[in-house]
Write a protein that binds this ligand. Structure first.
Ligand SMILES: NC(=O)c1ccc[n+]([C@@H]2O[C@H](COP(=O)([O-])OP(=O)(O)OC[C@H]3O[C@@H](n4cnc5c(N)ncnc54)[C@H](O)[C@@H]3O)[C@@H](O)[C@H]2O)c1
Length: 437
C-alpha cells in the first residue's frame, strides 16, 4: 500500500449494497436508521464509538475515529440489497425476530422501502434454500451484466456518488480456487461457460469490482479470495476484504487465546459447540456448507498459538468445532467452550465459557464499519486485500505467502496505526513513554 497523497472527501451519498437481505443485513439497516434518528446507540461499532490516541499520552488527544478520518456519515447512507426471497427489509427483519417491535415500528416505512432486487442464485451452492426471486438468464456472464445494471440503476435512482458492498448472504458449500480462478481472462471465460467453480457470491463480487465498488465478504465463501479477483481489484483500483465476520465464539477465542499465549500457559484441548436456530443455522446444517464454516473457524488457534515455535505448550492441542441447528433458539445463539489448559509443572486446569449471544446484534456493527472503512480505502486509492481490516474477520485474507493475523489486539493496533499512517500522524508503538522521552 502506498501512503495516500490525498484522500478524496466523503461528499455525497454512499450506496451500501447488501447481497443477502436476511437477519444480519436487516439488523444492520435498522440500526443505522435508528441511530441516525437518535433512537438507539450504534454499540459495537468502532467507526461510530471508537477513539484513537494521537501523540504522547500526556498530549491528551483522543478524537473519535469518525472525526479523525473522513468517513461517510450515517445520514449519507442509502441501502440496497438482493435476495432470493422478495420480502422487504421490514418483512425480513420481522421474520428474523432479532429486533423487537419497539425498534422496528418507528422505522417501518423506511425498512419497507428497501426491497431486494432479484438474486444471482444457483441452488447447488446453498441446497437448503428454495427461493423464486432470482435472475434466470442463460450464462453466469449474463447474470454479472444484470447485477451491474442493478448497481448502476440503484446509484442513479438514489442519487449516490459512490457505492460499497458487504456480502451478508448465506454460507455456500466449500469451493476451492481452481484453474478458472487464476486470471481475469480464465474467470471471464468461465462466466460464459457456466463453470461450476464460480459460485453465486463470486458473481456479485465480480459485478461490484467491475463497477468500481469495494467488496467486503462477511461469509467464509471463496468469493474474492483468488488471484483473478485480486487482479481485477488492482486493475479497477477497488479494494477487497474478507472473510467471515468475527463474532460470537470466534471473537471470544481470539480474545482469550492471545492471553494464554502471552502468559505462556499451555493448552491441551479446545472444544467449541454452538446451538442456533436461525436461517444461517439451517443452511449450516448441511455438511457441505458447514465445511466452509469449519475451515474458517479452525484456522484461528493455529496462527495465534504458533505450535511450531511453542511445541511444549501447544504442540498437542486438540481443537474441535461443532454447530448444531436447534430451531427454538432462533438468532439467540449459545456457544459453549471447554478449554483444557495447563500451568506450572504441567498441572491441568479447565475454563468453561458459555456465551449466550445474539448473532446478528454482534455482526451488524461490523457491516457498518466495513462499509465505511472500505469506502475510505477506495477514496485513499487502495486496492487489493485490505489486511488492516482483519480485525473484523474470522478468517482474514492476506497477501500471497503470508499467514493471517488472528490476535484481536494485534489486529486492533494494526487498524489504528493504518489510520494514523493514512492521515500522516505519528504511529504509536507503546515505546516512547515517560521513561524513554
Ligand atoms: N451473524 C453472525 O454472527 C455471523 C458471523 C459470521 C458470518 N456470518 C455470515 O453472514 C451471513 C448472513 O447471516 P444471517 O444470519 O443474516 O443469515 P440469513 O440466513 O438470515 O440471511 C442470509 C440471506 O442471504 C440470502 N441469500 C443466500 N444466497 C443468496 C444469493 N446468492 N443472493 C442473494 N441472497 C442470498 C438468503 O435468502 C437469506 O435471506 C451468513 O453467511 C453467515 O454465515 C454471520
Amino acid at each position: 500500500m502506498q501512503q495516500p497523497e490525498k484522500i478524496q472527501p466523503a461528499d455525497g451519498k454512499l450506496a451500501v449494497f447488501l447481497p443477502g437481505l436476511g437477519a444480519v443485513a436487516t439488523t444492520f439497516v435498522a440500526g443505522c436508521l435508528l441511530a441516525r434518528r437518535g433512537l438507539a446507540q450504534p454499540v459495537g461499532s468502532l467507526t461510530q464509538m471508537g477513539t484513537i490516541r494521537l501523540g504522547k499520552r500526556t498530549d491528551n488527544r483522543s478524537p473519535k475515529i469518525k472525526d479523525f478520518v473522513p468517513l461517510a456519515g450515517l445520514d449519507q447512507l442509502e441501502f440496497a440489497g438482493w435476495d432470493l426471497f422478495p420480502d422487504s427489509a421490514y418483512e425480513a427483519a420481522a421474520h428474523a425476530e432479532v429486533l423487537e417491535g419497539k425498534h422496528l415500528d418507528p422505522i417501518k416505512e423506511e425498512l419497507h422501502a428497501v426491497k431486494p432486487m432479484t438474486a444471482a442464485f444457483y441452488p447447488e451452492y446453498v441446497k437448503r434454500l428454495h427461493g423464486t426471486h432470482v435472475k434466470s438468464l442463460q450464462t453466469k456472464a449474463d447474470v454479472v451484466e444484470a447485477l451491474r445494471e442493478d448497481i448502476r440503476r440503484t446509484m442513479k435512482e438514489k442519487g449516490c456518488s459512490r457505492g460499497t458492498a458487504v456480502w451478508c448472504g448465506s454460507t455456500e458449500i466449500y469451493v476451492e480456487a481452481s484453474a478458472v480462478h487464476q486470471s481475469i481472462a480464465s474467470f471471464e471465460k468461465g462466466l460464459l461457460e457456466n463453470d461450476p467453480g464460480i459460485a453465486s457470491s463470486q458473481l456479485y463480487a465480480w459485478a461490484c469490482l467491475k463497477e468500481g465498488i469495494p467488496y467486503a465478504n462477511g461469509a467464509p465463501n471463496l468469493t474474492v479470495d483468488f488471484p483473478a479477483a485480486q487482479q481485477l481489484s488492482r486493475e479497477m483500483a477497488t479494494p477487497i476484504s474478507g472473510k467471515d465476520f468475527k463474532t460470537g465464539q470466534t471473537l471470544m477465542k481470539t480474545i482469550l487465546a492471545p492471553g494464554f499465549k502471552a502468559r505462556m500457559l499451555g493448552l491441551n484441548g479446545w472444544f467449541s459447540t454452538n446451538i442456533l436456530g436461525n436461517r444461517d443455522g439451517e443452511v449450516l446444517d448441511d455438511p457441505q456448507n458447514f465445511k466452509t464454516k469449519e475451515v474458517s473457524k479452525l484456522g484461528v488457534l493455529e496462527h495465534i498459538l504458533q505450535p511450531a515455535h511453542y511445541a511444549d505448550l501447544y504442540g498437542h492441542l486438540y481443537h474441535k468445532v461443532r454447530i448444531e441447528y436447534y430451531p427454538p433458539r432462533g438468532d439467540a445463539k449459545e456457544g459453549w467452550d471447554n478449554i483444557d489448559i495447563f500451568g506450572w509443572l504441567g498441572y491441568p486446569m479447565q475454563i468453561k465459557v458459555d456465551f449466550l449471544c445474539r448473532d446478528s446484534i454482534l455482526a451488524a456493527p461490523l457491516v457498518l464499519d466495513l462499509a465505511l472503512f472500505m469506502d475510505l480505502a477506495k477514496r485513499a486509492g487502495f486496492s487489493g486485500t485490505q489486511e488492516w481490516l482483519s480485525f473484523f474477520y474470522k478468517s482474514p485474507m492476506t497477501a500471497e505467502g503470508l499467514y493471517p493475523e488472528h490476535d484481536l489486539f494485534i489486529q486492533s493496533m494494526k487498524l489504528k496505526n493504518t489510520l494514523r499512517w493514512m492521515m500522516g500522524a505519528e504511529l504509536i508503538t507503546h515505546l516512547g513513554n515517560e521513561y524513554y522521552d
